[in-house]
Design a protein around this ligand. Structure first.
Ligand SMILES: *Cc1c(COP(=O)(O)O)cnc(C)c1O
Length: 407
């Protein structure tokens, strides 16, 4: 598939800076022969990220998933522990919980931000306190760039003395009261995977915001570089991982960080464009922006719509019509509590009775289940031109018109 094919529109594809910042950092790495293992770009990327978002310590790693794994270890999660985890997310949020032999408990979403419901979280704490199985950590996600109700979630975690980890893989640059996601919990993680708002071709970062951030970051660096003890020979007292980011990859990341604000601006324009053109289609609604209040901002990584029951069109039909026009779209993440591999774990919702309502998709009537059942992610590629966006809107408008005509 050619990325220069005029007709194809991507959901979100890598968008390098027009200035060529990425290339210049890579060139430097090649010229100094710091291709690997480390080099100037890696530590500079960490420093620049710390400064940009106000994190105490950042550690550059091979992926967002690796960063989550390290965050769990830093939080002291190990075999047999409980971890409360937002259900509506990508599987990479919870897989590292399993790597450590811990047990996830999935928490439903609320409608205002689509993220972890503070009420369901409180309910989970009360249930697990009774059996003496309070969680070691809570993982909240800022899905699609929408910041979760972090203040409420954070104060519940504080009340129970539990560590809060933010999965900010999709929300780099989103803020809450002027503070960046990823710096609002004890630990945060970001991802530079290919489709994220900025990409290093693949990579991630762990952010430590605790009082002992320095010490924790050091420990993560140790685990991520094979847990080699200080000795003249290879001495190992703990299990290690090969999770460090390479110097070439970090060069791309540094270049991309310089255009992050530009990308956010464009992503927000894409969201506004769609909303203006299509808000009147029957049964369509748009993902929430930020919570009301100063300093709250959504990076709008993807624009996501809900196609409600009263719409003449089904979400599948939206995706199908777009595909026919060579336009990529995606369903909303299927919640973890509905995934065959994770179905055996507990799920806590505000709703009293949870029932499967869509057998084909395996969707239930939980908040996260409904967001999944009725959701569609629209192309949010910052490389799109105005006429690409117009073309996308026209596909949907035509689809609605045809259906309303038949009804
Ligand atoms: C992309 C993503 C991850 C994983 O990041 P990788 O860098 O791909 O390992 C984790 N959580 C969420 C919510 C993501 O979207």
């Amino acid at each position: 598939m050619s990325r220069n094919n005029k007709n194809h529109i991507f959901l979100a594809s890598p968008h390098m800076s027009k200035e060529g910042y990425e290339q210049s950092y890579i060139k430097e790495a090649f010229e100094s022969n710091w291709i690997a293992p480390l080099g100037k770009n890696v530590t500079a990327f960490e420093k620049e990220m710390e400064e940009k978002i106000g994190a105490k310590k950042a550690v550059a790693l091979s992926s967002g998933t690796a960063a989550l794994h390290m965050a769990l270890k830093a939080a002291g999660v190990s075999n047999g522990d409980t971890v409360f985890c937002q259900s509506l997310t990508f599987a990479a949020t919870v897989n590292p919980v399993i790597y450590e032999g811990a047990e996830p408990v999935f928490i439903d979403s609320e409608k205002e931000t689509w993220n972890m419901s503070p009420a369901a979280l409180e309910k989970a704490f009360q249930k697990y306190e009774k059996t003496g199985r309070l969680p070691k950590a809570v993982i909240v996600v800022h899905l699609y760039g929408i910041c979760a109700k972090i203040e409420e979630i954070s104060s519940i975690c504080k009340k129970y003395g539990t560590i809060l980890i933010e999965d900010a893989a999709e929300s780099l640059g989103s803020t809450y009261k002027g503070k960046y996601t990823g710096t609002l919990g004890d630990y945060g993680i970001i991802s530079f995977n290919g489709n994220k708002i900025i990409t290093s071709s693949g990579g991630g970062m762990l952010l430590a915001n605790t009082k002992n951030a320095e010490e924790k970051a050091k420990k993560v660096l140790f685990w991520a570089t094979q847990a080699r003890e200080q000795a003249l020979w290879y001495q190992h007292e703990e299990i290690g991982y090969n999770y460090r980011m390479s110097n070439v990859v970090a060069g791309i990341g540094r270049g991309q960080l310089r255009v992050l604000d530009e990308r956010i601006k464009r992503k927000r324009e894409i969201y506004s464009y769609y909303k203006t053109k299509m808000r009147s289609l029957q049964g369509i609604s748009f993902m929430p922006m930020e919570l009301q209040g100063e300093g709250n901002k959504n990076n709008c990584w993807l624009t996501v719509i809900q196609v409600a029951k009263n719409s003449p069109v089904l979400p599948d039909e939206v995706m199908e019509a777009l595909k026919e026009d060579d336009i990529e779209s995606r369903p909303v993440w299927k919640p973890m509590h509905l995934q065959p591999i994770f179905r055996k774990y507990d799920f806590i919702s505000d709703k009293e009775e949870i029932l499967i309502v869509n057998e084909a998709m395996g969707a239930d009537n939980s908040i996260s289940g409904e967001l999944f059942e009725y959701g569609v992610c629209l192309p949010s590629d910052t490389k799109m031109a105005e006429n690409d966006m117009e073309r996308i809107c026209n596909v949907l408008i035509t689809l609605w018109k045809g259906k309303e005509g038949n009804a």
